[in-house]
Each structure stands twice: as C-alpha cells, then as structure tokens.
Design a protein around this ligand. Structure first.
Ligand code: ZN
Length: 815
C-alpha cells in the first residue's frame, strides 16, 4: 500500500491551507505490494481480534500509547481498554504484527466452510453485430486470457446481437442456446437466463475444458445483416438497425451471475456419459465485454446522432455537450454489477462514435477497466488481456480512510463504488497493484493542528480484501504435479497508519510538496466529473492581494452559486473557497487550471516576499513564475502547460474524438502519480549510441533536440514509446536498435513494469513520417491550439501567467 500526500508537512490551519494555494490531499494504491519507500507489510493473523477504538473505530497501531491495560487511540485520543488476551500478548515485545509495524497485513477467518476453494469466475460477452476482423481479435484475446487464468477458474462464453447466446462447452460438441431480445420492449428478457441454461452448464472449469472453449470460440460468426433486419423489423426511416443489444445482454448476464452471488453451493452436473461434479463458491466475477460499436438495440441503446449533430455545428459547445452521459442506464447497471459482485471490463474496438461517456460507468464504478482500440490492425488487446489477468489482484474489497479529529476527507476519486450508507467507505470489486485512488482533505474546524501538542496529523487506511493464494510450492514439487485444489481463497485486512507534521510556515509546505501528487489531485478535480466539475479556486488571491467580495460573487454567478451552497452548505466568506460546479465543459476546466496556477504563483511570490507593493500598485513588472526559490515547485508550470496540451483538455475543434477523451480520462484516473505525470509530460532521454546514454532528461522542445546534438532519442509517453533517430544520425548506427543493447533493455524493462502494453514505434528522422514524435514536442506549441508559432508555446504561456499574476496583485482596491 503506497500513500503519497501532496505535502509531507500539512498546512497548520484553514488560513494557511488557503494561503498556500496547493491542494491538500493524497493518493493511495491499496494493493501495491510495498509502501512508497519499498517496504513490505508485516504479515500476521487474527485480524478479527485487532483492538479497535470504541469512539472512532480506528484500529490499534504502533502510534498508539500503550499501557498495561489500556491504549490511547492515535487518531482521536480516546483511551480504550484491552482484552485479557491482548494484555497477555502485548506485554511481550514484537509478539504480533501490529506491535512491529504501522503497515500490516492480517489474515481474517474464512466466512463459510473451511474447505472452501477459490473458484474465480470469468465470463466473456462477445459482440456478434461486428466484423470477421473484430471476432478474430476477440478470439486471440480470449485465447490469451485462457492461458493467463489460474487453475480452478471457471469460464463462461456468451454472445450478444439482437439475441443473447449462451454456450455449454462441457459436452462432446459445444451447444449454444439463444434468447431473442425484443427491439421495442422496455422490459428485460421474457425468460430468465437461468431457465435457458443452468449456471453450472454455462460455467466450465478452465482446467479441463480449455480446448472445448477454444473450439467454441472458433464457431463465432458475425450475424448477417439479413438476420438482423428480420429480427428488428422495419428500420427507422429506412435505416437498418445495427442490432447490438448490449444493454439487455449485460443486464441479464449480471442478474444471471448475481443470482448465486456469495452463496456456497454445490453444482452437480450429471450427463449421460460423464458424471461431473464440482462445488462453486465465489464472491467476485469478472465479465469481459467486447464491443464493436454503440449499443443500438433494445434497452440501453444510445443515440449516436448527437455526435453527428455536433459536427454539423448547431452553435452548441461540443466539448460540453458530448461529456455527460445521455442515459443513467449504465450507471444504474454498475450498481447492479456491484450488488452481484461482478466487475465489468469493457473492450471497445471501434473507430465509430460509441458514446463511452455513457458506457464508462459500467466499467469504472464496478472496479473494471475501459479499453479503446481504434483499429483491429495494431491492437494490443491480446497482450493487454494477458497482462491484466496474469497479475495478482484483490477482489471484493472495502477501503476505508480515517483521519485524526482535526481534519476530514473532503472528496474521494477513483474507480470505486461509494457505500450508500457509510461515508468514506468504498467498495472495489476488483483491484490490482496499480489501482490508485485519490483524496483531498479539509479542516473540521478553524483551529487546525497544534504545533506544540504531541498529537500529530494522522491517517489510517484500512483495506479488507480477498485473494487467491497459490498452492504451497513444496507440495507441488513433492507430488510432481500441481493440483488445482491447492489454490485457496483468503480474506485479509491490510492497515496502514501514517503520521505527518504540521508546517510552521508556508515555506515549509512548499519545501515538502510532491508535484506529481499535486498533478494527480488537480487532474481528478478537473476530470472526476466533467458534468459536475468541482474545482477549488482559492480566493485568498482575490481577498488578500486583489479584489473584494464582489469579484468572488461575480465568479460564482457565472458558474453555480446555488449548487455551491447546496453541495457544500457553508458560507463563502467564512470558508474563502469558491467551488464552481455543474455543466462544466473543457473550456471551464482549462480556465480553472490556468487560474489555479496564477494563484499559486501569486501566493508563492507573496510568501517569499518577492514582490513589493508601492501605493496600491506594484513596483515591478515581473514576478517569479519559475519558482526559482523553491525547487519542489519548479516542475508545476510545465505539468500544467502539458495538461492543457493533452488531448484530455483540448478542444473538439482540434480533432479530439470524444470517445478517445473518455478513454484517456478512465485510464489516467486510475494511475499512480508518477505514471500520470509521465503520461501528461512524457520523459525524453537521449543516447549517443544504442549502448550509451547521453542525457537522462530533455524538455519536450524541438530546440532542446537540436541543441543536444544527440543522434538517438527515446520518448516515453506511458501509452506510447518512441525511438527517434535524428536525420543527422550517423548511418553506421544500427536501426532499429539491436535486441541486446542498453536502449532495448530499458525499453523491455519499462514494458514489463507497466499496467498496459505501450505501443513501441521506431522512427528515422528525414526518412519516415515523424509527426507522431513531433506532436509530443509540445513546448513550442500554442497552449490554446495546435498551431506552431515561434512566439507562442511554453515561454509565452509563462508570460501570460506573469501578466495575470500582476493583474491580480495590482487590483486597485487591493490591500
Ligand atoms: Zn479513536
């Protein structure tokens, strides 16, 4: 579990928090094997016996004051009694995990039977309203998946189009049973899938049925247009319906799987030839949904004409209109999935407008991933699938963050499902070691922290989860074969308690910030919900350096004065924060980011006394935009510039496909801070030769490339890796770089460590088209558009920030 705060010295009180202009929050990767310093948890057992505070329910930890018969909670200070058993145990030094480390992983007792075996359930739902190429790609992805699935897994194959197909592969030949979806009906299917095919026939053990599943995959064929039109009846206005009944198919599949969720039961199948029996117990299943276009049939169909209408430009803001979901159907379906313990991974292989803005909720809220591949040709789908399934993951997780009593969690961000009843409790059906969640904090009262008290700002993160534990290696080697039933299911409780310090002044805050985490929090604030973007602009700049309250009200009235009060329910002057929300588009998000940076620069210049005020005006025309006094802040202007240049926040007119934008939003919002900052501002390394590095870091500018004089560059943009040979590179340098060189080894290492499969491209400058590479050289690009201009780019962006900061500070009614 890695925990990264935006600063290790927390602001002392609300005034300080606003004055510093830096978001106060953290990122947490709960299932990461190590903490942020590379230290593993101390393992233990009897998690259910770990003492808890009777006041705040925090768990006992190493920061608690321990007496012979009692302990003081490190979060709220309450004194709690110890049980006789704990008294005996805690009297011995290092007797248990919770006495040794503040990062522990404890086993919990199994629910249900002792003999329980892990039976992970996987279901593929394949779109047949598609092409041969799409099905070929899907087949190879599923074959890769079968290779990656652990022993004991159960696999089910379903298809959808204008009908739903369920496969029974366990007999001598695969049998498919179809149910037709009614095109007009507002109801779901007239029959339950359980009545069409019992679950035990549908879910086949991968160990024994791998070949049978593979041959069933071979029989998949796209539905013919004749079939579809016959089923659908008349098309609207002579336009044929596509017949992709995705909504109904997913809804009925989730109910089908959910019917036995959490039950321990034996499935007995007796066919004439081979009596077959297995017991099934699962508390999480994964559905892989392969989609070749928008759902356009039956319940949950999406109207893709809105995209066409935007292109026809009816004076509406496309960047605003295409962001919200057009129906709550898939968000509601995600709730059904979570209830059923099912996580949905969505693989869209299409270049058609599919409205991922509506579909995304089904995957991200159920803890799944969303993948978009614009073509079947260079798709990394099979590799991504294999990679995703071969790494360990936790399932059926509950994540809870507790804070010491001076502060609280304000917002939480990430791919989870919030508990409908308890605050700050998140359900995550499926979570791998990369999955990262973000939080921002707020003070509970005006008092804040105390510098003199020994009670320090404290956080405790509790993560309860299940894992499949591999068989004991000894028993495998002794018997010579691996037995599938040696895999077992384990429930665990992982707890991390972290203490911080309060900063004595703003400079201390600035000295301990982590720019990557700041970028993460800003990213989430801007992107978590475009429809209801909640971004804080700290009004300290307005109040202290510039305008009066009227300006604040002015800003609010252009966004959402009402919603601000409705959502947050406190007075603006008291809190001093403007939160604008509702109906925000790309344009607003960009303005808010820009203003955030302007404010930070103003605060920093004020804190370091870099600007001098004359009579109501400044005596200087320049402020320190580069944060020259504070190395920790120096990368921020570049990161903000790059975020503004990212397709995520670029305008529709610049040719950013709305589905691609949503895909990036989903991908980025689960990344840990270092990966996110690499995706936003790629790293650029130069090489003298494939075997020798020249410079480890270049800024993303053409000028930097030219002046460096290096022949080879390697760019890592997280989803894309580019090796670029400059046009002046010596012809004797081998191209592409040979397999066993330093450059290749670094590339392979990066590929291995990454959550997705990055695309690798080799380009020779002067010979190949270098546009892909050059597009990443953003620093000469105009922040507001794609045009190249020698006077624009990053330098003029800084000039603009400089001007805006001066304007703020110079407001005539300033103090
Ligand atoms: Zn407590």
């Amino acid at each position: 579990m890695s925990v990264r705060p935006t600063m290790t010295r927390f602001p002392l009180n609300p005034a300080e928090q606003e004055a510093c202009g830096v978001p106060w929050g953290m990122t947490v990767a709960p299932f990461a094997a190590m903490d942020e310093n590379g230290i593993a948890p101390v393992y233990g057992s009897n998690g259910e016996l770990l003492p808890r505070c009777e006041n705040c329910w925090a768990y006992f930890n190493t920061y608690c004051q321990l007496d012979q018969w009692s302990w003081d909670c490190s979060l709220c200070g309450t004194t709690n009694g110890l049980s006789t058993q704990s008294i005996a145990q805690y009297s011995l030094p290092n007797s248990c995990a919770e006495n040794i480390s503040s990062f522990i992983d404890l086993e919990l007792p199994q629910e249900g039977s002792e003999e329980m075996k892990a039976r992970p359930v996987y279901v593929a739902a394949v779109d047949l309203s598609s092409s041969e190429e799409f099905l070929e790609l899907t087949k190879s992805a599923l074959l890769a998946a079968l290779e990656a699935l652990g022993p004991g897994s159960l696999f089910g194959l379903a298809t959808f189009s204008h009908k739903i197909g369920l496969y029974d592969v366990q007999g001598p030949i695969p049998v498919v049973k179809n149910v037709f979806i009614h095109p007009e009906s507002l109801e779901n299917l007239t029959v339950e899938l359980e009545d069409v095919m019992p679950l035990f026939s549908f879910l086949a053990p991968v160990d024994t049925c791998k070949d049978l599943i593979a041959s069933a995959l071979e029989t998949l064929k796209p539905t013919t247009s004749w079939e579809r039109t016959t089923a659908a009846g008349q098309g609207v206005d002579g336009v044929l319906l596509g017949g992709r009944g995705f909504g109904v198919a997913m809804e009925s599949l989730l109910k089908y799987l959910g019917s036995e969720y959490g039950n321990t039961y034996a499935l007995v199948r007796t066919s004439n030839s081979s009596p077959f029996c297995f017991s099934l117990w699962w508390n999480a299943a994964r559905v892989f949904a392969f989609l070749s276009g928008p759902p356009d049939y039956g319940l949950g169909q999406l109207d893709t004409r809105r995209y066409g209408e935007q292109y026809a430009s009816k004076g509406e803001d496309a960047d605003r209109a295409l962001l919200p979901e057009q129906t709550p159907f898939y968000r509601d379906l995600a709730a059904v999935a979570v209830q059923a313990g099912v996580c949905v991974d969505l693989f869209a292989v299409t270049n058609e407008y599919t409205d991922l803005a509506s579909l995304k909720f089904l995957s991200i809220e159920s803890g799944g991933s969303l993948f978009l591949y614009s073509s079947t040709d260079d798709s990394t789908l099979p590799q991504d699938m294999y990679r995703m399934l071969s790494r360990p993951y936790a399932f059926n997780c509950v994540l809870r963050v507790r804070t010491s009593s001076e502060f609280k969690i304000d917002h939480s961000y990430g791919h989870f499902f919030p508990d409908p009843e308890y605050e700050n409790v998140q359900h995550i059906i499926c979570c791998d070691s990369f999955a990262t969640y973000a939080y921002d904090f707020d003070f509970l009262t005006e008092v804040g922290f105390s510098l003199h008290s020994k009670e320090r700002p404290t956080l405790q993160i509790a993560f309860q989860y299940s894992v499949v534990v591999p068989p004991n290696e000894l028993s495998v080697s002794s018997s010579g074969t691996s037995r599938r039933d040696t895999y077992s299911l384990q429930r665990r409780l992982r707890i991390r308690t972290v203490q911080f310090e309060a900063a004595r002044n703003i400079n201390e805050i600035y000295d301990t910030v982590d720019p990557e985490v700041i970028l993460s929090i800003l990213f989430h604030e801007v992107n978590s919900n475009f429809r209801k973007v909640v971004v804080a602009i700290y009004t300290y700049a307005f109040c202290k350096l510039g305008s009066d309250r009227r300006d604040c009200v002015c800003v609010l009235s252009t966004s959402a004065w009402l919603s601000y009060n409705q959502i947050f329910g406190f007075d603006l002057p008291y809190r001093g924060v403007i939160l604008s929300s509702l109906e925000q588009g790309i344009r607003e998000a960009r303005v808010l980011l820009h203003e955030w940076l302007v404010n930070l620069v103003a605060q920093y210049n004020d804190a370091f006394k870099l600007v001098e005020h004359g009579r109501g005006s400044l005596t200087t025309s320049r402020v320190d935009v580069a944060f020259s006094q504070c190395p920790q802040l120096q990368s921020l202007p570049r990161l903000i510039f790059a975020l503004l240049r990212n397709p995520l926040l670029r305008f529709h007119e610049e040719g950013v496909h709305p589905d691609y934008r949503i895909y990036l939003q989903c991908l980025f919002s689960a990344l840990e801070p270092s990966s996110l900052s690499r995706a936003i501002y790629p790293s650029l390394v130069s090489y003298e030769s494939p075997e020798k590095q020249a410079f480890p870091r270049h800024s993303l500018s053409r000028a930097a490339l030219l002046t460096s004089g290096s022949p080879i560059f390697f760019l890592d943009a997280f989803t894309m890796l580019i090796v670029f040979y400059s046009s002046t590179a010596d012809a004797s340098l081998p191209f592409p770089p040979p397999q066993d060189c330093l450059l290749r080894r670094s590339i392979n290492k990066l590929k291995q460590e990454r959550s997705i499969t990055p695309k690798l491209i080799f380009i020779r400058g002067g010979k190949d088209d270098a546009t892909v590479f050059e597009n990443y050289l953003i620093e000469e690009q105009d922040v507001e558009g794609s045009g190249f201009n020698s006077v624009m780019g990053f330098v003029s962006f800084l000039d603009e920030i400089n001007q805006d900061v001066l304007e703020y500070i110079n407001k005539p009614n300033g103090k």
